[in-house]
Design a binder for this molecule. Structure first.
Ligand SMILES: Cc1cc2nc3c(=O)[nH]c(=O)nc-3n(C[C@H](O)[C@H](O)[C@H](O)COP(=O)(O)OP(=O)(O)OC[C@H]3O[C@@H](n4cnc5c(N)ncnc54)[C@H](O)[C@@H]3O)c2cc1C
Length: 438
């Protein structure tokens, strides 16, 4: 017999973990009927770039709960306290935790959930509508797993992150010669330092710089080239003024703005989150290159204003055809390994697109409460997390807004339209701080 849940949350990243906590705290009965599934056998935060020396770019108070419920036991501070490391963290004197400890915090939250079930090693392959009464109204989702299993759900919340962008120029290279940042940590351990003497990193943002730095440190005999379209590495733009646009409270204003103003805001804010480097990384790289020039070591080479036109394999080497826009020259670069810091696709992940298409939606949009807009004949709810920058602002894919957004989705899940309001009797235990205005 097929299992029936009120909510199936797909992907146990920070977004759906925050939701799981919000549902537990705001609606314990609904939490009993909520399932969170993760394709991996464990939880890790951005596992491809989980390098031990890297820090989060968002302060620890912007954890999964605090901005929604500062009294929650699922806070980062309580996590540190529970493992006896609160003193250490305070003494570090930084509000930015290491990525490793954020990742461990996420695992701790998942393990500490009391009502929401978390299942690992299960990938959702398709979500399609169904009608429980056979009256043409799609009031349930059929959630299919790679195991062949099927679960029926009144609502789904898709929080599967983003899809790695591999530009077409690189797609024909053999997989052992190409590593995207999303696979970097697992793949770099398999790299043979004897075989890899020349590495090319493509991209000019934080992940590209972190990969370059790692290769430089780990492989002392390897030449590390960095190819970027921009004029040079630069820092994230940050000011306390523009940082206010990352406040969860700004989502309302952004959402209410005209399409034109929203586009302007996203454009102006672009360099606060993309195409930049954290100050520490920028400084470390520049100082290293400065010292290397002093000693005549030229292992790090930057190619700016450069486009990769083509790649091919020749004599067991990767050959990159590169165009220098300043010098107006086209050359060939030979390398043993190419690392891609080329970011993520703009398109929504295929699971979202296919789910939308299954209910006749091709122009995907969510309402203010992150529920996909569908025809009235679809009463089953589909909520999308982390893919709504255009309508909900630049912080949508970040941790900054997760706690409050989770509360908003949980509140919507308890509204009559989500069909779970009967479970709301034990809700409203005073923990929600952001009820819907309508
Ligand atoms: C290198 C890097 C550093 C970053 N640093 C920061 C930072 O410092 N601060 C910040 O705010 N943001 C940062 N971000 C942005 C990041 O997107 C968010 O921090 C956050 O991880 C988004 O959470 P999420 O749950 O939406 O997605 P993700 O964290 O990507 O989680 C999605 C989860 O869904 C699972 N999944 C995917 N498909 C399926 C499926 N079909 N079935 C089951 N499970 C599935 C994945 O395995 C994954 O566990 C960083 C991103 C990167 C790439």
């Amino acid at each position: 017999m097929e299992t029936h849940m009120s909510v199936v949350a797909v992907g146990a990243g920070p977004a759906n973990l925050a939701l799981a906590v919000a549902v537990e705290e705001m609606a314990p009965d609904l939490a009993e009927e909520t399932l969170l599934v993760e394709q991996h056998d464990d939880i890790a935060w951005q596992r491809g770039m989980l390098l031990p020396w890297t820090q989060s770019q968002v302060g620890f108070l912007k954890d999964l709960v605090t901005l929604r419920n500062p009294r929650s036991r699922y806070s980062f501070v309580n996590y540190l306290h529970s493992i006896g490391r609160l003193d250490d963290f305070i003494n570090l004197g930084s509000s930015l935790p290491f990525r490793l400890e954020v990742s461990a915090y996420l695992q701790w939250v998942a393990k500490s959930l009391e009502r929401v079930q978390v299942e690992y090693g299960r990938s959702v392959t398709a979500i399609t509508p169904m009608s429980s009464r056979g009256d043409g109204i799609s009031d349930l989702w059929k959630v299919q797993f790679d195991t062949g299993e099927v679960i029926r759900a009144r609502n789904v919340v898709i929080g599967v992150g983003r899809v790695a962008r591999i530009p077409g120029t690189f797609q024909d290279l053999p997989t052992d010669r190409l590593i995207h940042s999303t696979d970097f940590v697992s793949r770099v351990t398999q790299v043979d330092p004897e075989a890899v003497r020349r590495v090319v990193v493509v991209g000019g943002a934080q992940s590209a710089a972190e990969m370059l730095w790692t290769m430089y440190q780990r492989f002392p005999a390897t030449e590390c080239r960095m190819l970027m379209r921009s004029a040079g590495l630069r820092g994230y733009e940050s000011s306390a003024f523009t940082n206010e646009l990352y406040f969860p409270s700004f989502v309302d204003q952004f959402h209410a703005g005209s399409a034109e103003t929203r586009a302007q805001l996203l454009q102006e804010m672009h360099r606060t989150n993309y195409a930049g480097l954290a100050p520490g990384m920028l400084d470390a790289l520049y100082r290293q290159m400065y010292q290397d020039r002093l000693t005549g070591d030229t292992r790090i080479v930057m190619h700016t204003l450069t486009d990769v036109l083509a790649t091919r394999m020749e004599d067991d080497e990767v050959v990159l055809t590169v165009h220098d826009r300043l010098r107006r020259t086209t050359d060939e670069l030979r390398a043993d390994l190419v690392l891609l810091g080329t970011g993520f696709e703009q398109d929504k992940p295929s699971l979202i697109r296919q789910t939308a298409a299954s209910v006749g939606v091709h122009d995907i949009a969510v309402d203010r409460y992150y529920r996909m807009v569908t025809a009235e004949s679809v009463t089953a709810g589909c909520y999308l997390q982390g893919v709504n920058e255009e309508t909900h602002g630049i912080a949508d894919s970040l941790i900054s807004v997760l706690a409050v957004r989770a509360g908003e989705i949980a509140t919507d899940l308890l509204s009559p339209r989500a069909g779970t309001s009967a479970l709301a009797v034990t809700a409203a235990n005073g923990l929600s701080t952001e009820g819907k205005g309508d």
